[in-house]
Design a protein around this ligand. Structure first.
Ligand code: HEC
Length: 121
């Protein structure tokens, strides 16, 4: 292999090894279950509230979405830390929430989902 061919192959390998957060908005497999209820396409609402731009947003603050009174009263702001405990167990984090998801016990899955959410502006 030529010297150039070698470095091009190296570059391809490097890109394949980039963390998910560094790739442009590709949802990780762990987001699949979320997307059954949540859209990340601007302006689209499904069963759950739209998640585009959720990072830094006040909980239950999207106009026009019928949130539970529990989430409205939570006073949360969706930082990485709050999203992490929410996705560990929504019902424990906000008793009375209407999000019917048991939670991800796997911290790596939560991290991938949160990296993805925080990459959506
Ligand atoms: C079966 C449907 C369902 C699934 C699966 C689901 N959610 Fe939800 N989600 C909801 C509903 C409904 C709400 C509104 C909760 C409320 O008002 O109490 C919600 C609320 C949220 C909120 C708060 C949004 C806001 O505007 O305050 C976040 C963040 C969230 N979900 C993230 C996720 C993520 C990430 C996953 C996947 C790991 C997921 N959800 C899986 C239905 C779902």
């Amino acid at each position: 292999m030529t010297k150039n061919g070698f470095s091009a192959a190296g570059l391809v390998l490097l890109c394949a090894g980039l963390p998910l957060s560094a790739r442009a908005e590709a949802p990780p497999p762990a987001f699949g279950v979320c997307s059954a209820c949540h859209s990340t396409e601007a302006g689209k609402t499904s069963f759950g509230p739209n998640l585009r731009g959720v990072g830094g947003r006040k909980a239950a603050s999207l106009p026009g979405y019928a949130y539970s009174s529990a989430l409205k009263a939570s006073g949360l702001t969706w930082t990485r830390e709050e999203l992490d405990s929410w996705l560990t167990s929504p019902q424990r984090k906000v008793p009375g929430t209407k999000m019917p998801f048991a939670g991800y016990a796997d911290a790596e899955k939560r991290r991938q989902v949160i990296d993805y959410l925080l990459s959506l502006k």
